[in-house]
Design a protein around this ligand. Structure first.
Ligand code: FE2
Length: 236
């Protein structure tokens, strides 16, 4: 069974499921795909979300789904988190701990389609120096952005973990970039970034099969281990 540290599975909070029923449908689909540990990561945008309101809403939706899991007997563990869009000054933000996954020091950070400037890179390195583990969400998407070489360098130097999207390894415009990053980066995790059973569905099992086909079982096991280990860290 697999861990998935990036999932829009809570309902009516972002561009994931609109209804609770859709949320449950997505949960069951994930479980059928072999996913039994999930970090629920709604979007957080500092420019227009109030953090306290966002946490309250996230926790409310989280508790509803968690209660469903408990009552249904589904052997899935979920944890609360956010997918945090980069904002200027994030490395010195007083809110960092609240933005991390489940009171850990692990931050799922989305760069967004912004120029990857020296400032952005410096802040990621600063977060690492401050004791945070930065997981760069769906990093394959940014491979054509100016400044991406610096991202590759900080990944190589282990200042951050590369999160690649399972569906990117199967098809679409980011496939070759995803495989290149998988080959180059020492610390990679695969996550679904699931939004619905149609939009970016949970296909982690197929992604691990694709890794095995391309690089062999040792690489596949390493990548599965990375995600399991990260989930253990945030679940402590
Ligand atoms: Fe996402």
């Amino acid at each position: 069974m697999f861990a998935d540290i990036h999932a829009h599975i809570l309902c009516d909070i972002d561009d994931g499921p609109k209804t609770f029923e859709q949320s449950v449908e997505l949960l069951k689909s994930a479980f059928e795909n072999g996913i039994d540990r999930i970090v629920a990561t709604p979007h957080f945008y500092a420019s227009y979300h109030s953090l306290d309101e966002r946490i309250a809403k996230r926790d409310e939706r989280f508790n509803i789904l968690n209660e469903y899991i408990r009552q249904s007997g589904l052997t899935v563990k979920i944890l609360p988190g956010f997918e945090v869009r980069y904002f200027d000054g994030i490395s010195r933000s007083d809110s960092l701990d609240k933005l991390c996954i489940n009171n850990s020091k692990v931050l799922l950070l989305e760069l967004g389609l912004i120029p990857i400037t020296e400032k952005v890179i410096d802040e990621i390195v600063e977060l690492d120096y401050s004791g945070y583990t930065v997981v760069l969400a769906h990093i394959e998407r940014y491979h054509k952005m100016p400044g991406f070489k610096a991202v590759q360098q900080i990944l190589k130097n282990k200042y951050a973990i590369a999160q690649l999207t399972a569906s990117s390894l199967l098809s679409g415009p980011f496939k070759s970039a995803a495989f290149r990053l998988l080959k180059q980066s020492p610390n990679v995790v695969i996550a679904s970034d699931m939004h619905s059973v149609d939009v970016r569905p949970p296909v982690i099992s197929q992604a691990y099969d694709a890794i095995k086909a391309k690089f062999g079982p040792a690489k596949q096991n390493t990548i599965i281990y990375n995600s399991n280990r990260l989930f253990d860290i945030v679940g402590e």
